[in-house]
Design a protein around this ligand. Structure first.
Ligand SMILES: C[S@@+](CC[C@H](N)C(=O)[O-])C[C@H]1O[C@@H](n2cnc3c(N)ncnc32)[C@H](O)[C@@H]1O
Length: 202
């Protein structure tokens, strides 16, 4: 019998569902979220996600915020609770993850989350802020394509915060983003992760 292979960034993971509760503990909230096999972070909250949510700047109080690669939604839900007047897009290619993000938002009193696959986001949507623990494991070229698809959708004056493990190429990603014409700053370096601030150059 062959064991189905599955990556967390597949549109429809082949591995059978096995729901699991993940505890999101932050200074300002304590939430139980549902994750699942075939979804990134099915075994517990990712350390990079925790660094982004603990160390990252507060979201804008209003406007449109994107959680790029939202998985089961820990970043989107936390941002939505911190900014109830903003709309937070939780966007992921993995349909199982999108369903979980939607259910987690509903169960966490975060009605301002819109969970969607990339194709469901209106082509003209623009964002005041993007937060992301990006999918570095998809490979360099797909990761670069993903960032070049979404970062240009920041509004003028908008800002992106990316958390990337130092061992998985955060510094070369920062250098590449600067080469693409973005203003990049390293905001924090914590627990092996870099928190990058990325702004379109005026
Ligand atoms: C490192 S995980 C972070 C997940 C979640 N934000 C968290 O903190 O637990 C990156 C996510 O990006 C998603 N992803 C991969 N390729 C993508 C793409 N082209 N567009 C949108 N999301 C993508 C993966 O499915 C995965 O859920």
């Amino acid at each position: 019998m062959s064991i189905p292979k599955s990556h967390y960034f597949e549109a429809r993971p082949e591995v059978p569902s096995r729901p699991r509760t993940v505890h999101l503990r932050l200074p300002d909230m304590d939430l139980k979220l549902q994750s699942d096999r075939g979804v990134f972070g099915s075994k517990g909250l990712d350390l990079g996600t925790l660094v982004l949510l603990r160390e990252g700047p507060a979201p804008p109080a209003q406007g449109e915020i994107l959680d790029l690669g939202s998985g089961y939604g820990p970043i989107a839900v936390a941002l939505a609770r911190r900014a109830p007047g903003a709309r937070v897009w939780a966007v992921d290619v993995n349909e199982r993850a999108v369903e979980l993000a939607r259910a987690n938002a509903a169960a966490s009193q975060a009605p301002n989350v819109t969970a969607a696959t990339p194709g469901q986001v209106p082509a003209d949507a623009q964002f005041d802020a993007i937060y992301s623990n990006p999918p570095v494991r998809v490979g360099k070229a797909p990761l670069h394509r993903l960032l070049l698809d979404w970062l240009p959708r920041l509004k003028p004056g908008g800002v992106a915060y990316l958390v990337v493990q130092r061992n998985l190429g955060s510094d070369s990603l920062a250098a590449w983003l600067a080469e693409q014409g973005f203003a990049v700053a390293r905001l924090k370096s914590k627990k092996g992760y870099r928190l990058l601030e990325v702004r379109p150059k005026p």
